[in-house]
Design a protein around this ligand. Structure first.
Ligand code: TXA
Ligand code: MG
Length: 374
């Protein structure tokens, strides 16, 4: 059951965009610094503050405070069995949180931190509120690669538990205004640091003592990048059971079992080996949907947009050659469809290579695995 959507707080808003803007002058930077210091005080006092990271906006609270962590779950309407990622600003904070970091984990940290990689490690008993780990013996830890996030966490002086700053089930926020849409009145503050970089969440991994890295959630660090550093990399088998047929295996990242990011209307992905066949099928489905009186949407790659006619809302994922653009745009596009009142949407697929794997993981979830193969 979802908690009630309570919006009885006054949400403060801090502008820290100058902190990440290369053209900001000294005065603007000083104001941004002050804004971050104020937000850090609210965090340190047990409040809930949304902040930018290089992946998506997070909703932070002191990971040691059960009250703060409960307020995060309440604001998001998040199921309590889904653990939170703990964010740190310096590697020295890690020893307080976990009991052991094996060689593989150390190598990944050295290569990818700060950055969009979350390591699931054995939690030190009592280091964080039991609500953070949802009863697991492990904790997910990451060091975000974002100047505002690092400054805020360091100034707060505590490990910061932070799930994505959306209402549970909604697309993750890539702009401060997305956070406001979902959580204004439900949290203590929002630090605006402009648009996030990657646009999809961090990769969550577990590192075995045997050197095996298991990807529990694909994300900003690709499997190919991990494989350059680790002896072997595998996907959690539950990620590959696409939905149909047998009951899927239980994912190791509890969050992966929930429907996510889904727009209010119905979204279908069309895929196939021939781009002509895909485009023809999308146009045919679009025509049929328009004839039924649906409010339609198309989500396609730049190269193919001109092939489609008659959609109410047409959104571009950027060039097929640049999956990082698709990653940056995906969540905002799903929100735009909702704003446009779209009832029926069709999306193109991209190759599951590099960041394309994470894009397709999120797109499939958003579509509830409704795929038309041609
Ligand atoms: O990029 C990100 O990771 C963003 C930003 C804000 O840092 N955070 C984020 O958090 O995506 P959230 O809560 O939306 O997703 C966390 C995922 C969930 O799928 C959760 O189940 C998994 O990480 N997770 C957290 N702790 C875990 C643990 N101890 N074992 C396995 N999975 C864990
Ligand atoms: Mg999330």
């Amino acid at each position: 059951m979802r908690d009630q959507d309570q919006r009885d707080k006054h949400t403060r808003y801090w502008d820290a965009t100058a902190w990440v803007s290369p053209s900001a002058d000294g005065l603007a930077e000083a104001k941004a610094e002050e804004a971050i210091a104020e937000a850090a005080q609210v965090l340190a006092g047990g409040g809930t503050v949304a902040f930018p990271t290089e992946t998506v906006y997070g909703l932070g609270g002191d990971a040691r405070s059960t009250e703060a962590v409960e307020n995060i779950f309440k604001a998001k309407g998040r199921p309590s069995d889904n653990p939170l990622i703990v964010h740190i600003a310096e590697e020295s904070q890690l020893a307080e949180l976990v009991t052991e970091v094996n060689d593989t984990a150390r190598r990944l940290m050295a290569e990818f931190w700060p950055g969009p990689l979350t390591l699931v490690l054995p939690v030190r008993p009592g280091a964080v509120s039991p609500r953070v780990t949802a009863g697991l013996s492990t904790v997910g830890v990451r060091m975000p690669d974002h100047a505002v996030a690092l400054r805020l966490i360091a100034a707060a002086g505590c490990p910061v538990a932070a799930p994505s700053a959306n209402r549970s089930g909604r697309p993750s926020p890539t702009l401060a205004s997305h956070v406001g849409e979902d959580l204004d009145g439900a949290i203590d503050g929002i630090v605006d640091g402009g648009p996030t970089g990657v646009g999809l969440e961090s990769t969550v991994v577990e590192c075995g003592a045997d050197g095996m890295v298991t990807v529990l959630r694909p994300g900003g660090i690709t499997v190919e990048e991990l494989a350059r550093v680790a002896a072997s990399v595998q996907l959690d088998p539950a990620l590959e059971s696409g939905g149909g047929g047998e009951a899927p295996a239980r994912p190791k990242a509890p969050g992966m079992k929930y429907t996510h990011y889904a727009p209010s209307g119905s979204l279908r992905i069309v895929m196939g080996a021939s781009q002509e066949a895909v485009a023809a099928r999308i146009q045919a489905e679009l025509d049929a949907a328009n004839a039924r009186g649906e409010v339609t949407g198309i989500l396609a790659f730049e190269e193919h947009l001109a092939k489609y006619h008659g959609a109410h809302t047409m959104l571009s994922l950027g060039s097929l050659a640049a999956p990082e653009t698709a990653a940056q745009r995906l969540y905002a596009a799903l929100r735009q469809f909702d704003e446009a009142g779209a009832t029926y949407m069709l999306a193109e697929a991209c190759p599951e290579e590099g960041l394309g794997a994470a894009v397709m993981n999120r797109l499939l979830k958003a579509a509830g695995h409704e795929v038309i193969y041609v």
